[in-house]
Design a protein around this ligand. Structure first.
Ligand code: SF4
Length: 207
């Protein structure tokens, strides 16, 4: 499909389900040839908390859902401690929807190719808070020069939407010392969520 028609069809999607169906047929970049399926999202389409990671890994590619491997289980535990879950109040996606070979970082071209899908998801979801998981998400959404070690834990506000950069859960599997930082970032998310989404939201773990 030529460029203009691809973009027009995507922008005409009126629901997140339509975006998923559209993305499932996408072959816009070479990543599609090397993966089993397009992994678009998980969670609820009325969520006000959006999570953006890097891209699907082997488990996600096999199951067709984002964050279902070890890193995903850790993410679910962190969300649970914060009183969140993909069944109730979170929408999860990635910068690229197809698995990069060998789980390498997606190239700039691949990220840019897939970015319109992420933008359309964002437009339709209209989140109040976005948790950016890892350097790829932060650099794609906030600042290409950003270093995750410098910017994590610091809010960025854009047009009334609050973006919180933090480490990708896969980084926590490699270095347990980062767990405290991520929980500190999650505590800020919980507090902001109580301010801008639901004053009656309570975490499971004491903050
Ligand atoms: S990564 Fe994104 S742009 Fe590339 S083929 Fe998959 S859905 Fe399309």
């Amino acid at each position: 499909m030529e460029e203009q028609r691809w973009l027009k069809t995507l922008r005409n999607c009126q629901s997140l389900l339509q975006v998923s169906e559209f993305a499932a047929t996408c072959q816009r970049c070479p990543l599609r040839k090397g993966c089993r399926q397009v992994v678009v999202s998980a969670g609820v389409t009325s969520a006000k908390l959006m999570l953006i990671g890097e891209g699907p890994g082997a488990d996600e590619d096999a199951q067709g859902l984002p964050f279902v491997g070890k890193a995903g289980q850790l993410l679910d535990n962190i969300l649970h401690a914060g009183g969140f879950s993909r069944q109730n109040n979170v929408y999860i996606t990635n910068v690229v929807k197809c698995r990069p070979p060998g789980n390498r970082i997606p190239t700039e071209e691949e990220r840019q190719a897939c970015l319109p899908i992420l933008r359309q998801q964002y437009r339709l979801l209209q989140p109040k808070i976005v948790l950016l998981l890892g350097a790829t998400a932060v650099q794609t959404v906030i600042d290409p020069q950003a270093r995750i070690t410098k910017v994590r834990g610091q809010w960025v506000e854009k047009d009334g939407v609050w973006f919180m950069p933090t480490y990708h859960p896969a980084a926590l599997l490699r270095n347990e010392m980062l767990k405290k930082d991520v929980w500190d970032d999650m505590k800020q998310v919980i507090q902001r969520y109580r301010e801008v989404v639901d004053a009656n939201h309570f975490p499971k773990r004491k903050i």
